[in-house]
Design a protein around this ligand. Structure first.
Ligand code: AHG
Length: 334
């Protein structure tokens, strides 16, 4: 079969009425920026891109050089094309306006430029996560409040995982699709159309070092998985934790599984570890479009009304059945 490139796929999606011309170009520009991030990531130590940047982001976290480089690549690539009204990044306190010298479009782009950055220096997969919203009508200088739309309003979401292969996963609300970067040709090629996550699984992902800080329903749920065949679940579960959400989610959309970043006593005052706008919403959209579920442990992530650009939430996502059980335990305990 003839390979289908990302641009061909986008044109077909446009003909099917799933996206407009501006969104077609926007995704093409984001994908091109991610190819540049892949090149920078792949160079590793010889590109001088490893280590700390010596700066902190809005979350008070130390930035890695590649966090800063990836953020700049995405901002620069998207500034001039005319498809955006503004951008927001996990790395910046306020939305970035489009410079006056360029035309403005009707979309808002949000991104986590380099997710899992603690893994960069040890050569483990990292990624970029993005989400696209429509800019409210009549707004010419979008502020944070204009980005605070529930995840159900996302027009597109995707991530790129920079691993052994560079892989883009994308949804426009009509299924979740995967593209693999052909490095020689420089194109993303469709590698899986309409991905389906198995409803049942025997594999979970969680940072077990936080176990003692979790809420009782989370302790109960994971306790039951760990009890294996002899416990109430009657089967053995395997565990994986990459500590790059993109890589953990990619495993789940490839072979099933569940991912949890629950509330714990250490992060309770912040509301959770992962960010609604840059991580939870785009991943929840991708997962649901692949037949999985995504909740905060209490409600559907995509239904949340965000209250802050950098708001954090607990995240449970992946194979439907396990997300349901864990969510049920939390609701039952409330
Ligand atoms: P960051 O991009 O700031 O490194 O955050 C990574 C996120 C997410 O990708 C991952 O699942 C989680 O944080 C890892 O958390 P732990 O440090 O608790 O393992």
């Amino acid at each position: 079969m003839k390979p289908i490139s990302l641009i061909q796929f986008l044109i077909e999606e446009r003909r099917a009425g799933h996206i407009n011309a501006e969104l077609t170009l926007l995704i093409e520009v984001v994908a091109r920026a991610c190819k540049r991030i892949a090149v920078a990531t792949n160079k590793g130590a010889i590109g001088g891109v490893l280590g700390e940047a010596g700066t902190g982001n809005i979350q008070g976290e130390a930035q890695k050089k590649l966090d800063v480089i990836s953020n700049e690549i995405l901002l620069e690539a998207n500034a001039w094309g005319g498809q955006l009204a503004a951008c927001a990044s996990e790395e910046m306190e306020d939305p970035q306006q489009i410079p006056d010298m360029y035309p403005k479009g009707h979309h808002l782009l949000l991104f986590d430029p380099l997710d899992g950055s603690s893994n960069i220096d040890v050569n483990i997969s990292v990624g970029t996560i993005f989400s696209v919203l429509r800019c409210p009508d009549g707004v010419t200088e979008p502020k944070a409040e204009h980005f605070l739309q529930p995840g159900t309003t996302q027009l597109a979401a995707g991530y790129v995982v920079y691993g052994p292969a560079t892989v883009l996963v994308l949804t426009f609300g009509h299924g979740t699709h995967e593209f693999t970067l052909d490095r020689e040709v420089g194109s993303f090629i469709l590698s899986r159309r309409d991905i389906r996550i198995p409803e049942e699984t025997a594999e979970f992902a969680i940072n077990m070092s936080n176990q003692r800080h979790w809420e009782p329903p989370m302790q109960r749920y994971i306790g039951e998985l760990l009890a294996g065949q002899d416990g109430p679940r009657g089967k053995d579960f395997n565990m994986r934790w990459v500590a790059s959400m993109v890589a953990d989610v990619h495993r789940i959309i490839t072979r099933g599984g569940v991912f949890f970043y629950p509330l714990d006593a250490k992060i309770k005052s912040k509301g959770g570890k992962l960010r609604v706008m840059y991580e939870a919403n785009p991943m929840a959209f991708i997962i649901e479009q692949a037949g999985g579920s995504a909740t905060t442990g209490r409600e559907r992530i995509l239904d949340l009304q965000p209250t802050g650009l950098h708001q954090r939430v607990p995240v449970f996502l992946g194979s439907k059945k396990e997300v349901e059980v864990a969510t049920h335990y939390h609701l039952e305990a409330d």
